[in-house]
Design a protein around this ligand. Structure first.
Ligand SMILES: [Cu+2]
Length: 119
């Protein structure tokens, strides 16, 4: 009986792991899917401050506000710039607005605008 239970547990664990892997693949598929999908439509601009500009890697470190569609709290982190997003004119402390999405393990800026300066 003990042996039987162990087999059941092993099967349950296998199902759980496969299920998670499948869910992840499904998710990745959607994000690379067609630009008119509902998921893309939910992407809104978020405000961010430029902390670091890395032109060599085409990356920005941003202090961003909460990003609802990624379920991400406000934080400071690195983003890659997508093709067509020019970060070369940016400098530390710039106030910008970005649309970002997750691409595999990377977070990518797909659109960028200067924020209105009040000074
Ligand atoms: Cu973040």
């Amino acid at each position: 009986m003990l042996k039987f239970n162990q087999v059941i547990t092993a099967v349950a664990v296998t199902f759980f792991v496969n299920g998670a892997a499948l869910a992840q693949q499904e998710h990745a598929h959607h994000q690379h899917g067609n630009a008119h999908s509902e998921e893309h439509a939910e992407i809104a601009f978020v405000r961010a401050e430029v902390v670091e500009v890395d032109l060599e890697h085409n990356e920005l470190v941003l202090r961003h506000e909460a990003i609802e569609h990624l379920n991400m709290a406000a934080m400071t982190m690195a983003f890659s710039a997508a093709d067509g997003v020019d970060i070369s004119h940016l400098s530390e402390g710039d106030d910008i607005k970005v649309k970002v999405e997750r691409q595999d393990r990377d977070f990518v800026i797909i659109e960028m605008e200067a924020n209105q300066h009040t000074h």
